[in-house]
Ligand binder design. Sequence first.
Ligand code: PGA
Length: 241
Amino acid sequence: MNIQIFDSQLELDAYAANLFIDTVRSKPKAVLGLATGSTPIGIYAKMVEKYRNGEVSFAEVTTFNLDEYVGLIPYNDQSYAYYMNKHLFDHIDIPDTQTFLPNGMAEDLEAECVRYDQMLLERQIDVQLLGIGHNGHIGFNEPDHALSGGTHVVRLKEATREANARFFAAMDEVPEYALTMGVGSILKANSIILAVRGADKADIVKQALTGPITTEVPASLLQTHPRVTVLLDREAGRMLG
Ligand code: PGA
């Protein structure tokens, strides 16, 4: 694994944004795997800045997001569809028809998972961005005795709902279910960027990167992937070697 530790958030954001932009410049039809949460916000802001400076075009890019809550309409400001429009898609030249998220409002969620997987099967993600949850989740693949390879419906752990409650008006507004890309799809990406900030993630970063590979720490499966770049701020990296 290529592990990079940064003194400042801005440096981390710029480095990650450049990895995406270099990919798109060398391959205009690149397929990008995108994530939500607090960590990618600065990365997307940097990508928007570079787009505005004329350094890159996303006109031919296709994107797939990792996950979406079940039951939030796309214009609910807590849905990941809303987040992606707000932080990235509304500010760059990517057509709406080339951005995909699982549809958490689908009447038949199982059929929606099959549909999403079918689209993922037809394309190879060039670069997949990931964050990590305090419990080691990637996307919404929560720790368990077994993990799913493909897109599936997941019941969110209470700890995950509590961690995400900061974005909602009240805890009972945090959805109980989500759709997430599976670990198999994530690991099929050509390359992966794991970006993590903050002292509260230092312990899980150490476990994921240096501990045993176990479904109880889904991010530990990244150790099996040949092209993972880990971007950490000093706090998140403080327990590493
Ligand atoms: P964060 O979340 O970027 O908001 O820390 C990451 C995650 O839970 O996957």
